[in-house]
Design a binder for this molecule. Sequence first.
Ligand SMILES: Cc1cc2nc3c(=O)[nH]c(=O)nc-3n(C[C@H](O)[C@H](O)[C@H](O)COP(=O)(O)OP(=O)(O)OC[C@H]3O[C@@H](n4cnc5c(N)ncnc54)[C@H](O)[C@@H]3O)c2cc1C
Length: 454
Amino acid sequence: MATLAIVGAGFCGTMVATHVLRLSPGSIDRIVLVERTGPEVGGVAYGTPSTSHTLNVPAGRMSAFEDDPDDFLRHVRAHDRALTGGSFVPRHLYGEYLGRSLAEAERSSGVRLIRVAGEAVDVEEHADGARLTLSDGRLVNAAHCVLAVGNYPPSDPPVAGEGLYASLRYARDPWAADALERVREEPVLLLGSGLTMCDIVLALRDDDQQAPIVAISRRGLLPQAHRLSARPPPHLDPPDDVDVWQPTALGMLRALRGEVRRAEESGIDWREVVTSIRDATPALWQRLATDERRRFLRHARPYWETHRHRSSPETAFAVESMLESGALRLVRGTVRSYTETPTGVLVRYAPRDGSDPELLEVGKVINCTGPDTDLARVRDPLIRALRERGAIRPDALGLGLDTHEDGRLIAADGAATRRLTLVGPLRKGRLWEHTAVPELRVEARRVAERLCAV
Ligand SMILES: Cc1cc2nc3c(=O)[nH]c(=O)nc-3n(C[C@H](O)[C@H](O)[C@H](O)COP(=O)(O)OP(=O)(O)OC[C@H]3O[C@@H](n4cnc5c(N)ncnc54)[C@H](O)[C@@H]3O)c2cc1C
């Protein structure tokens, strides 16, 4: 019998643990679940207490178990019968649901679950297993270790005046506990205009932000919105010819646009077509040569992100209302420099239309540009230790870490590790569409099954 160590109790770590508990008796008799934020599960996405932070996938598509698609819906309807499969519910309900799923699996399992509040700073593979080191010196010996560490905070954009990055007037991690600390009467600048920006805007509004909020991004693209509907949209099969779409970035986008046009002629919304290729996306991605993947990221990524990862209708409506009232302003442009003054930060930016640089004076700058996936530079102690020992290597596109097909990490020498498995969004380099519950739940189950069968 063996111990499984899991680092991270977000969706992925919690679901690997839940499946291993459910699969008992298997080859694992003990799970050590290590989470640096404490005993709660849910991670960054589902740990938010704000009721304004809604899921961006309808409740009817958020079951943690793909073989029981209504599981999450039943959970939320037990509290509120008015909710439907098309509802976009607060994310903290999903955190509760994950906690309940884990606790239920634990109650009826022969596997012992040990929850450890602590930060893993190293994991070393040896002939019989893996040894995890925590920041306070505690050690965990295990037969296997699953890294379910999620994403890392955004990187600091390279601009003049980087001294700001050490100041209290700058928040690098928009999810950090102190990120929204500010003077309510001072304007706030948000870097980025995606889903994170929307969340932070709503949190500032709920926190009684008095002065204007400005969001800046190169193209000024907001996430597209889901449609308001009582039911989740009907399932649409992927196009019949998706396996033979031309394996270039342009070829695939053209094929997708063609599908959207044809679907619209039959009264089907573009969103359904984009969703329909979800399961086929990893295979499409793997058919692209590395240069074509790069081309896709360079030219199409912002459009893909805003169409693929949509906001809930509630979020879109709230953001739109704030834009209309002037509480929020969206600027297309690029920040060129920061100058700290006794009363705030002077931000100089170049508008996208090529006009002369403009100035903004704000009290705080919050980085909402999305996770830093360049693992060659991420400063996290665990990643640094693994990188320095050559136990991992960043993928060729800077989207995360290189992994074997089954999720085992690839070391710097190109060999797959035997005892270290990565689960979660850092596998995007290999799979691309690997961000949300509908994909991650499948991966968590597969990893649990593999480890229980060893
Ligand atoms: C704000 C936000 C909203 C989202 N909304 C949705 C949604 O509505 N629907 C959807 O399907 N997807 C959504 N997603 C996508 C989301 O990423 C996935 O659904 C999923 O939550 C990812 O889970 P994870 O376990 O990989 O990462 P995380 O949830 O980030 O969990 C990783 C955990 O690992 C811990 N950790 C990291 N390093 C260490 C260490 N060294 N030692 C100990 N602990 C460590 C972290 O503290 C964290 O709790 C959202 C993502 C974000 C960021």
